[in-house]
Design a binder for this molecule. Structure first.
Ligand SMILES: *Cc1c(COP(=O)(O)O)cnc(C)c1O
Length: 298
């Protein structure tokens, strides 16, 4: 890759904007809500997955990897972002995808951007974290960099800390974001100020194990995990969630994604209405993108 390609590549992580969400409900409780728009980073791909990929890609380039292999579901925002990045920088990519072979808009994009897509059974996929499985993958794709599902590793956490770069953080009392693996929360927690409380809204059921995951990567204690905002589990949704998403988009002109950010936003409304946010709170919520996944519900 030449120097021009490289600066063009880095410009994919442009500075996101902030939108203040205006609601009578918020005024009544004297709470301010600002939304950090990672959904607007790039016309085709967006969100926190970019930040988690940044140093994974740079490491692969630095080590002259023959390509990058990673893992995800058939609607994975991570594989989608990886495929696009690989296409942009001329790095071959392989996606190992959970479940039976399907064709959907996410996988079609990935293939169009040159990703080699391999479907594996759910049973085989379940052991993707084991050393044996990873060794097999490495043998099958020699000289490839192996990036874990969702970009959940040290490079991913390091990139996530840059999400807050350039933002005047001091006025905020709370930072809120949706949580899958917790890697993004760890990065944000690192970059946040000590007086701020970081609220993580788990997008999955039985998320208690994530507390150990997060604690294993950070000594900070100014965070909590909200475990009852999952709306039925990962990738699941309720009619009430869809209605909330629709109303939010109609009122504010901002699309939320059904897997992550809609659940966070609905829970925040509930917390404010329930008097759980102290008067004077200033919340910085992170729109982590992922809108491409909404094509699964259309
Ligand atoms: C992956 C993802 C998350 C969760 O990020 P983690 O680092 O895995 O916790 C949140 N929002 C969106 C839109 C995502 O794609």
């Amino acid at each position: 890759m030449n120097a021009t390609d490289f600066s063009g590549f880095l410009s994919l992580w442009s500075q996101p904007g902030l939108t203040t969400i205006r609601e009578e409900l918020f005024d009544r409780h004297d709470v301010q809500v600002d939304l950090l728009r990672l959904d607007q980073l790039h016309p085709q791909v967006s969100g926190n997955k970019w930040f988690k990929l940044k140093y994974n890609l740079m490491d692969a380039i630095r080590l002259s990897a023959a390509g990058i292999v990673s893992f995800g579901g058939a609607y994975s925002n991570h594989l989608h972002a990886l495929a696009y990045a690989g296409h942009r920088i001329g790095m071959p990519t392989t996606g190992i995808v959970r479940g039976e072979a399907v064709s959907n808009p996410t996988m079609d994009d990935c293939r169009r951007w040159g990703m080699h897509v391999h479907f594996v059974s759910r049973t085989a996929y379940r052991v993707r974290h084991t050393e044996m499985f990873l060794e097999q993958v490495q043998q099958q794709f020699p000289a490839y960099a192996v990036v874990p599902e969702g970009g959940n590793n040290a490079a991913g956490r390091r990139g996530s800390a840059e999400i807050l770069d350039g933002i005047e953080l001091s006025p905020y009392t709370h930072i809120g974001l949706s949580v899958g693996s917790g890697a993004t929360l760890c990065g944000v927690l690192e970059a946040g100020l000590t007086h701020q409380h970081v609220l993580g809204f788990a997008a999955l059921k039985q998320a208690a194990y994530l507390k150990d995951e997060i604690a294993a990567h950070s000594d900070k204690t100014n965070w909590s995990l909200i475990e009852d905002a999952h709306e039925g589990g990962f990738g699941k949704f309720t009619p009430a969630l869809l209605q909330f998403m629709h109303e939010f988009e109609t009122k504010h002109g901002i699309e939320l994604d059904v897997v992550y950010t809609a659940k966070m936003m609905k829970a925040v409304y509930g917390m404010i209405a329930g008097g759980q946010m102290p008067a004077g709170s200033r919340m910085l919520l992170i729109h982590t993108g992922g809108l491409q996944g909404n094509r699964s519900i259309r």
